[in-house]
Design a protein around this ligand. Sequence first.
Ligand code: URA
Length: 273
Amino acid sequence: MPAAEPTAAQLAESLLAFWADGGVDAMMLDEPVDRIAAGRILPPPRPSTPVATAPAPRPGPVQRDISGAVAQAQALAAAAQDFDALVAAIAGFEGCPLRHEGAATQAVVFRGDPKAPLMVIGEAPGADEDVLGQPFVGRAGKLLDRMLTAAGLQDRVLITNTVYWRPPGNRTPTQAEQAICAPFVERMIALVKPRMLLLAGGASAKSMLRREEGILSLRGRWLEWKSSDGALELPAMPTLHPAFLLRQPGAKKKAWSDLLTLTERLDRPDRPH
Ligand code: URA
């Protein structure tokens, strides 16, 4: 008797197992989907047979109200009287959807010196960071560390991100996710009191500076970061993300030049920043 043909389900299962063996642990669409803005509403089921009538207009994205989560983050951040209390508040915060979607293990808050004169703000934790609980500890982080060490900054830095949980499949964090975490980022800046910020990657630079341009046009320039109430201001240097530099080693000299510009200002003894 000829062997039975595998069913579609068996074929799909075998393909998924093949991908899982290769390290694929998330399904991505070609275009990013902001599931917060979409209100997690699934599209209506497709009719099984084509209908001859004109298609019904598609509803626009449903804006999920994130104001409650933002307000809760603001209240928790404001109540944190010192750095340790802030870290504990972030770790206990349930309001960021990433906590329940992407992160396998824990909040990834910071590494480095809580009194550092320089804060590096990346985009979001990845898989290695999720496991180890510290930002920039994977390949991109190793490159960042080598660059900081070469610039003499390794002991003068605190490293964090715009969001504290790994986005599923390492996608870029959405503006809504960044807005929910922003009160904690701002409070961290207020408590650490760095003299300047290094913003690694477009998603960090755009969110921190509230600008639309891409990182290639933002990088290498001194721009002003302002807190949302306008009470705090700091010079900020956007630069290329180390993960991008791993893919495009030819761009390293631009990032190195950004770092030297920043170090020169950080080391300037005589002028207020
Ligand atoms: N990329 C980031 O932006 N942050 C990390 O912590 C790791 C990789």
